[in-house]
Structure formats: structure tokens, C-alpha cells
Ligand binder design. Sequence first.
Ligand SMILES: [Ca+2]
Ligand SMILES: [Ca+2]
Length: 347
Amino acid sequence: MSCHKKLTALTARVLVRSRVPALVLFTALALFTALAVSGSTLADTSHAPGAVRIQGHWSPHPLTAAFVMPGETLDFEAASPSPGATVTYPAGILIRNSLSAWSWTAPEGPGHYDLILRDPHIAGETRIRVFVLVPYDGRDWLNGYRIGAYARRPLDGKAAYRVPRGLVEVTPENENLLVSPHFRLGEFLCKQTADYPKYLALQTPLLLELETLHAEVNRDPNRPAHLHVMSGYRTPHYNRAIGNTTTYSRHLYGDAADVFVDTDGDQWMDDLTGDGQVDAADAGVLFKLMDGRETGFAKGGLGVYGPKSHRGPFIHVDTRGSHARWADARGRYWLNSYERSRVADEE
Ligand SMILES: [Ca+2]
Ligand SMILES: [Ca+2]
């Protein structure tokens, strides 16, 4: 019996025995219900102790990457106010705005800067790894790295489709840096052949969603799963070279990734359904984990891709800010049967 039902039963018994005014008891019941509801919101780990809000996005993780232009100010906020909380930073200017909020102004030099938030009441520390970008002016090349041409006019005038103002410089020294607990900077590099330095666009919300998906596929601690990033950032040059005709792919803007589970490390999607085959239904397992969520992917794109001769099935995830769902020909067959079964479930 739930606490709520127990209290309701108790209320009924007390009413019979003592004739306590019903209003008092129902007020108590309402209060208990309100507490129970507010308690359930605490289960949302994004606001748990140690969580931090960076540029408007809550992260429950001990390490979160953020991306700013030289001299730009990054606002961040801890989940709970604490007079004893401190932030250490290697350069730039830090201003404390309140017991829980800070503003850090980045130095002019590109690179990465770790802001470390410590609260004496919370175990561990919260690290914001800020990458100061190299300004990008929209030209074909950046320091010898081929970028290609972005569409000059944003799609439907949306800010998400503006030419990136700056890009992360990737070198052999920083490509293995973590950008979230389970993903490294180099995993998001474009697949084009080039010498260092290389450049990429990457956005915090994508990393938060990939961590969510990683947690979903790792729910069973006895069966750890590895999420492989098949494709992260794509330069417009590379996107055209692989025959992609869309000039507004989210991969060009750093908030999209094509991923699959590859725990056995053979560079191919694992058999997640356990039917002895690897096909669109295995990508569908990942789709179902994220589809219908009330946060994150509900405001992003989610696509199912079936296998081809040169690659296995995968899902595309992005955080474009609006809802989109699609599939290729093989994935569409799976998606259609999934949509039908989902409708059947709802009926
Ligand atoms: Ca595999
Ligand atoms: Ca399967």
C-alpha cells in the first residue's frame, strides 16, 4: 500500500473514531500530497545537489563542457545556495552574483579552462570545462583546415542555423579531454583527412542528451554498454563530399550525433533485441529509450537508420530545439510498425 493510500485509510479510521473535524484532516491530507509531489520532483537529478545550470541548461554531471567566444561571459548557477561554496578558475574574471550564481568572463586566448565549483556541504566537485573558441569568419579554410561554405541565410531565420561564430581547436594534446563523463572531444571530430590543428563545433545540450542515452543503455550495472559516436561534427566541405545534399544538417552546427551501441567493439551495432540479427529494430531500441521523453529529445531530432553494406544501423540524435522524427527506407519499415504498435498500446 502506498503512503498516500495508507494516510487516506488512516484518515477514514480517525474520522470514525474521534470525529476530528474533517476539514483539519483533509487539509493534512492535501499537505501530505503536496509534499509527496514536491518530493517526487527531487528525483529529477538535474536539480540534485552538485547540479549546475550552465547557459540555461541544467547538468547533473560532475563534468560538463561549455563553449564561449574570447572575452564572452558565461553565467552559471548551483542547484542550492551556499555561503561556503567556492569556484576556482585558472584565468579570466569571476564575479559572484549571489549565493548560488556566478559570471565568468573568458580570457582572449582560445583553449580550455576548468572552473571548479566546491560546496563544503556536498561531496566531490563540479567541473565546468569551458572551451574558448577560435573566431570563425565563414571562410573556406581556418588555419589550414578545410571548413567549406555554410549556408549564409539561416533556415527560416532561426538562430540555431546561423554560421558558427567560433570553433573548438583540436590538437593531439586536447583531443582526449573529456567533454562529459563518458565522451571525449576527439570523438566529435569530422572524419575528413587533415593535419592538426583541426576544428569542430560542439554544443552542451547534445552532450547532456548523449549522457542521458548513455545512462539509459547502462541501467543494468551488470551489463555495461558502450555508446559509439559514428559521426559528430561535419564540416560543410565534408558533408558535401559524402553526398549529403542538405546544407542545414545539424551535424554542421555541432548539436547532432549518429550513435550506436558497440560493447563488443567490432565497430558495428550490437544485437540489442537478442534475436540473432542486427537490423533497424536494434537502432529502434535506442529510439524507444529517448522518444516520448518530456525533456531533451522532445525538443530535438531523432532518426532511425537501418543497416547498409558498409555500416550497421544507428540512430541520429540532435537538440535543434524543435520536434522531428524520421527514418531511412529500412528504418521506416521498423518505425511504421513501431508507430502502429504504439497506437495499438494507447488504444
Ligand atoms: Ca558491435
Ligand atoms: Ca537484433
